[in-house]
Design a protein around this ligand. Structure first.
Ligand code: ADP
Ligand code: MG
Length: 280
């Protein structure tokens, strides 16, 4: 396998969009796997109580499995609850179990409730995890305390946008939340990456949405778009990523190209995009 460039320091990427079904989990899982399959060391944190990212990577997440819940509410270390993916030794996943469904409410009464994940990530990196190239966080479809924890923990935000009707609806609310986070909780956070998902080249609508998004976000939008492809949606049912399930599929190629561009943009010495960031 070709080796992709390592970043100068660990990149913490939060995959967020409060809309459900836009491809957050699919993108988090497949980008994480693509990076790991090219020699990079990746920690994926599943922060959605549904545990879809854990499922897609074939990671145990039944009730009772040590999980991100224990990290956020029990003081467990990320390194102790992470499991190695069986198809990629450099990919680890912190699973989400159903307990996490109550975490949004349980966190409300906790001290430093917005900083739980940030603390855990810092501890992880200081304790040797700085060998890790990418920490990728898959968020639930809401702007609650779980997503807030992810935004406070990350330096970069990756927003998947589905090439569909109302794609831009709700984005203002998301960007507003990002602004609140940068001014009050985490000044390091910036939107670094936008990924167009479920692109259907047969519809004119998809092209319209894609160019609207490119107008709005400029260079933050990755050049490759992820095509709508049934292989992408089949893979998780087999506990697989699309690259391991059907390497030649258009979906697999799309995610490989997207992940490669993410790695290239973040290569040591490259400007990871600060200057291109557009003011809204
Ligand atoms: P989110 O995490 O934002 O809720 P998902 O990643 O779970 O979204 O995707 C929503 C649904 O769309 C899932 O059933 C997934 O398998 C499917 N899906 C995602 N990306 C694609 C794609 N490129 N082609 C076909 N189906 C896709
Ligand atoms: Mg999801």
């Amino acid at each position: 396998q070709e080796q992709w460039p390592r970043p100068a320091r660990t990149r913490v990427l939060t995959v967020a969009n409060q809309k459900g079904g836009v491809g957050k989990t699919t993108s988090a899982v497949n980008v994480a796997a693509a990076l790991a399959l090219h020699g990079l060391r990746v920690l994926l944190i599943d922060l959605d109580p549904q545990g879809n990212a854990s499922t897609a990577l074939g990671i145990d997440h039944g009730v009772g499995t040590p999980s991100v819940y224990d990290v956020l509410l029990g003081g467990a270390a990320l390194a102790d609850v992470a499991q190695v993916a069986d198809f990629a030794p450099t990919l680890r996943c912190v699973p989400a179990t159903l307990d996490l469904a109550g975490a949004d409410i349980e966190l409300t009464s906790q001290v430093a409730r917005e900083y739980r994940l940030q603390k855990a990530v810092q501890t992880f990196l200081e304790a040797g995890g700085e060998e890790t190239d990418y920490v990728i966080v898959d968020c639930p479809p809401s702007l609650g305390l779980l997503t807030l924890n992810a935004l406070v923990a990350g330096q970069e935000m990756l927003i998947p946008i589905q090439c569909e009707y109302y794609a831009l609806e709700g984005l203002a609310q998301l960007l507003n939340t990002v602004e609140l986070v940068t001014s009050h909780l985490n000044p390091d956070l910036r939107v670094s990456t936008v990924l167009l998902t479920m692109y259907d080249s047969r519809t004119r609508l998809a092209d319209q949405v894609a160019s609207e998004v490119r107008n709005h976000f400029g260079d933050l939008v990755l050049t490759p778009m992820i095509p709508r492809n049934v292989r992408v949606s089949e893979a998780p049912g087999f506990g697989q990523t699309v690259m391991t399930y059907d390497a030649g599929s258009r979906g697999a190629i799309g995610y490989l190209q997207a992940a490669r561009e993410i790695a290239e943009r973040g290569r040591a010495g490259a400007d990871a995009g600060t200057d291109e960031q557009q003011e809204e």
